[in-house]
Design a protein around this ligand. Structure first.
Ligand code: LMR
Length: 396
């Protein structure tokens, strides 16, 4: 009896919040859990550019036949041009479509394992799925604590000092922008210093770019990734369209590899295609086809970029309103203004997180990570009040 050898695994703590929040009957509950964009009414709408592309797809698509393990090559080409066009010459990059950014990371991890990379260095805390994903693929995660939650600060020196422990050929994971879960990215000088270190020590960067357009602006959000990719002969870029096209459940992503020359690139791509085939055979089509239609049409691209910019501005103004709460007990909300994108992580204990949920119907990850898009303007005032209540009740 083989199954008897298995031990029960806990539910994913972040995904569990979706069900807990749904089951809560309180009408003023606040969902700051899983990272999806929400409008003021708490909806996660389908973007109008996506709807228009879907309508076109519905009328024009004449077959559902297989595409192959590389997925929609028009999507891959258009996305590569958009994100890497000005930086990486076409003959030094290869790419393929993946099921979401997670699929891209999984393929990256398996490629690293195949290439004999023993370890990946990850600034900590990181997205909760990063370390297990690489570990399961046989690449050992090495965590470098480098964020201070009280001051909402990224410790660049600490990160580089931690990276000093890496051996030549080790990989390093970098969040391209809108760090998940902290929301704090290196500044331009920080990116330059990281690029220099990575190049000097012959490390292999894996950039996870999942929130382009939700930080400072679409192009500037890729600046860090471009700085890294310009400095090294080899790199991987995992890209997600789930957030910036609002395609979450369509699982739309891509993995790009940068190689020193076209011949090496062809070998890398052949390995990625073989790994994809053994994992999911071929990626789902719908989301990638939508992104391709948008990117190949100037008017739809403009419409999408305008919608994305409005989303970005909503996040920035919610963040500013949250930060206006100032100091509440030990929590300096003003420091949250240093961050960008969907997330901030507050210095809250697990029991404070549980208390806020039970007493006030406020749902967030056990780590204290909040999805800022989950607020309405009114909910921010309630959140400030709830934190004051928590301090008044001396909840530790
Ligand atoms: C998140 O961090 O909330 C999202 O990236 C969703 C996920 O898969 O964890």
């Amino acid at each position: 009896m083989r199954f008897a050898q298995l031990t029960r695994q806990p539910d994913d703590p972040l995904l569990r919040i979706i069900g807990q929040h749904a089951a809560d009957p309180r009408s003023d509950k606040i969902d700051l859990g899983v990272g999806v964009f929400r409008d003021e009414a708490g909806r996660t709408p389908v973007m109008t550019a996506v709807k228009a592309a879907e309508a076109r797809l519905l009328s024009e698509q004449s077959t559902k036949s297989y595409l192959g393990p590389e997925g929609d090559v028009g999507f891959v080409r258009a996305l590569a041009e958009l994100v890497l066009g000005q930086v990486v010459p076409a003959d030094r990059r290869v790419g393929l479509q993946t099921p979401g950014g997670t699929g891209a990371l999984r393929l990256a991890a398996e490629l690293l394992a195949r290439a004999g990379v023993p370890r990946i260095w990850i600034g900590s805390p990181s997205w909760a799925n990063h370390a297990p994903l690489f570990k399961q693929a046989g690449v050992e995660p090495a965590l470098i604590p480098c964020y201070d939650l009280t001051s909402q600060h990224f410790d660049l020196d600490g990160f580089l000092a931690g990276l000093g422990g890496a051996a030549q050929g080790d990989a390093v994971l970098l969040h391209g922008c809108c760090h998940n879960p902290i929301g704090i990215d290196p500044d331009a000088q920080g990116w330059a210093a990281i690029a220099q270190h990575v190049a000097d020590h012959a490390l292999l960067p894996v950039v996870d770019l999942a929130y382009q357009g939700l930080g400072d602006g679409f192009d500037i959000d890729a600046a860090g990734a471009r700085t890294i990719l310009s400095a090294v002969p080899e790199a991987l870029l995992a890209y997600s369209c789930d957030k910036n096209f609002g395609l979450y459940r369509e699982r739309t992503g891509a993995l790009f590899a940068l190689s020193p020359d076209a011949d090496t690139g062809a070998v890398v791509l052949s390995n990625l295609l073989a790994l994809a085939r053994a994992n999911w055979s071929m990626p789902p089509d719908h989301g990638a086809a939508i992104v391709r239609i948008i990117l190949e049409d100037a008017a739809l691209t403009r419409e999408w970029r305008d919608e994305l910019e409005a989303m970005r501005q909503r996040l920035a103004s919610l963040r500013a309103a949250l930060a206006a709460g100032g100091r509440i007990g030990a929590i300096d909300l003003a420091a949250v203004a240093h961050g960008k994108g969907m997330f901030a992580t507050l210095p809250l204990s697990p029991s404070q997180v549980a208390w806020l949920r039970d007493r006030h119907g406020i749902y967030m990850a056990g780590s204290g990570r909040i999805n800022i898009a989950g607020f309405s303007t009114a909910a921010i005032a309630r959140f400030h009040d709830a934190l004051r209540d928590m301090v008044a009740n001396e909840v530790a």
